[in-house]
Design a protein around this ligand. Structure first.
Ligand code: BG6
Length: 525
């Protein structure tokens, strides 16, 4: 589709809000997240003049280094991970705001020292006592850190006009029980208004656009229900394997790593009722209702409605690719799933009887996240007498990444034919209307936290509701070793039996590209 009206992006530039002066204190500052995501995002915000003038970052970690070395490391990482050309002059100004302290988070005494250091930075940088505490640490350390923060008083508001917020990274617990415990512990030191749980999927521009597609257009919403929609697919496939995260991933698996959080959040946006106002609580209330309406999975039906798989070695474009069990940090007999596909239902008025299919996996043929709305066929097939009728169901594909945009498929008469019908596409790509790359998720979320906007952050009740849905699946997998883990060759679309989830329908999963592996010996592990 050719977009001719460039007003879309080129109208008068929106005046962006600049947050209050503040300081960000990163726990786990020597880790990957800080180097790959946080500092590059902060630097981008700084370069775009979206950070307050008085701003500082204080890194806190056990690794021995001084602020100078920390700045050097961060500079190297920004050069490596930023898509923009590196601007040395801007960096030199930005890096003056970076500070680093060596400290063992297990030692409560050090928090008092840290507090003193932060107060000094706050007064020299004039940050008004506003603080963001960022937990870029392994999940099992959070409880201890939060307890120490509480004891040291670092969680307290410095004055009536200042604020203190905490950002938590996923995973928010390992199962329902640990999630409840984590929420309880964090809530001892912070109120829900201070807690910002990051799910980076909600920071993606194309995910926020789901709400606009649905609620700013009159044409979709009247059809957005069980009367017109046959089923909905949510796919998030990745071509990468688990990279160097074997230790974490082997204790997690695709269900915890992707479905419990990112993909259920997408479901929340796709399935929610229209919120009455566009504010953080209305929106989060509506997605919570979706999670609370998920039909509980009975443990005895898990093997039928949830398919799990694990990639095995294969060749992709002639290159040998190792199997999951050969990855570093993974047990040789691991049954952790690197692929999961499931069918679910939302038991409410809008969605009664409409199946939703979710699938995600590592080492699939391509990286794509998309939501496919499959509309029902017309009630009467007027053109069925014509031979060779192609599938004429309407389909709306919401492309989350890459190539963000929307694709609508509909039937047209083949010109000059005898009412022969073919499906055509109306295809909107964000890249057609802007040369700028879309803002990265972390930039959006960090800025929103500084601005005090919790809309795109996950509330405790939503985390718990999602775990409540996931828990019976985990229980069944744990209890019943008879539930198969299907091996699938790296570079293919996962276990073939995932197709059976949609069996009986005239549909298949949408396959955005073909298998890449040349070997198709699916097996049971
Ligand atoms: C992370 C998961 O939360 O999301 C990773 O831990 C996964 O395993 C990543 O690769 C996917 O994010 P994105 O933005 O690349 O789709």
């Amino acid at each position: 589709m050719k977009i001719t009206n460039l007003d879309f992006m080129n109208g008068s530039p929106e005046k962006k809000k600049i947050p209050d002066p503040c300081t960000m204190i990163i726990f786990g500052a020597s880790g990957d997240l800080t180097a790959r995501m946080l500092i590059p995002s902060l630097f981008k915000l700084y370069s775009d003049k979206l950070l307050p003038e008085n701003f500082s970052v204080t890194g806190f970690s056990r690794k021995e280094m001084d602020s100078g070395t920390f700045r050097e490391l961060m500079k190297k990482s920004v050069k490596e991970h930023s898509e923009e050309e590196f601007d040395e002059t801007t960096w030199n100004k930005f890096e003056k705001n970076l500070h680093y302290f060596i400290a063992d988070y297990k030692n409560p005494e050090l928090y008092k020292k840290l507090l003193t250091e932060i107060e000094l930075i706050e007064s020299s940088n004039n940050t008004g006592g506003n603080r963001i505490l960022y937990m870029a640490v392994p999940p099992d350390s959070i409880f201890e850190i939060v307890t120490n923060i509480g004891k040291s008083g670092l969680n307290k508001q410095v004055s009536d006009r200042s604020w203190t917020r905490i950002i938590l990274e996923k995973p928010f617990g390992h199962d329902l029980e640990s999630a409840l415990k984590l929420n309880k512990n964090v809530s001892r030191c912070f109120s829900e208004k201070q807690i910002y749980r990051i799910d980076h999927y909600l920071g993606k521009e194309s995910v926020q656009n789901i709400l606009v597609t649905r609620f700013a257009n009159g044409i979709f919403e009247p059809l957005w229900n069980r009367n017109y929609i046959d089923h909905i697919e949510i796919t998030s496939s990745e071509s990468i394997g688990i990279e160097n995260r074997g230790g974490y991933y082997d204790c997690s698996g695709a269900l915890r790593d992707m479905v419990q959080n990112h993909l259920l959040q997408l479901l929340g946006y796709i399935a929610m009722e229209p919120p009455s106002t566009f504010d953080s609580n209305s929106i989060r209330d509506e997605s919570l209702k979706v999670f609370q309406s998920l039909r509980p999975v009975r443990e005895e039906e898990v093997s039928k409605v949830v398919i799990r798989g694990q990639y095995v070695n294969s060749k992709i474009r002639g290159e040998k690719v190792i199997g999951y069990r050969e990855e570093k940090g993974v047990a040789a007999n691991s049954r952790t799933e690197t692929y999961v596909a499931l069918q679910l239902f939302i038991d409410n008025w809008r969605w009664g009887g409409v199946p939703f299919y979710i699938r995600t996996g590592k080492r699939l043929p391509t990286r794509v996240t998309e939501i496919v709305i499959h509309f029902k066929a017309t009630p009467h097939h007027l053109f069925k007498s014509s031979k060779d009728i192609p599938d004429s169901y309407n389909m709306l594909v919401i492309r989350i990444q890459p190539d963000e945009g929307l694709l609508l498929k509909f039937a047209m008469k083949v010109p000059e034919s005898d009412f022969k019908i073919q499906n055509v596409s109306m295809d909107f790509h964000y890249s057609d209307v802007t040369a700028e790359s879309l803002p990265a998720a972390y930039e959006k979320l960090l800025l929103d936290c500084m601005l005090g906007d919790q809309t795109l952050f996950i509330r405790a009740d939503a985390v718990e509701a999602c775990w409540r849905y996931i828990q019976p699946i985990l229980n069944a997998w744990k209890k019943d070793p008879g539930i198969v883990v299907y091996g699938y060759p790296a570079g293919t679309w996962g276990p073939e039996c995932a197709d059976d989830l949609i069996a009986g329908k005239e549909f298949m999963w949408r396959y955005p590209c073909k298998n890449l592996a040349n070997d198709h010996n699916y097996c049971e592990l």
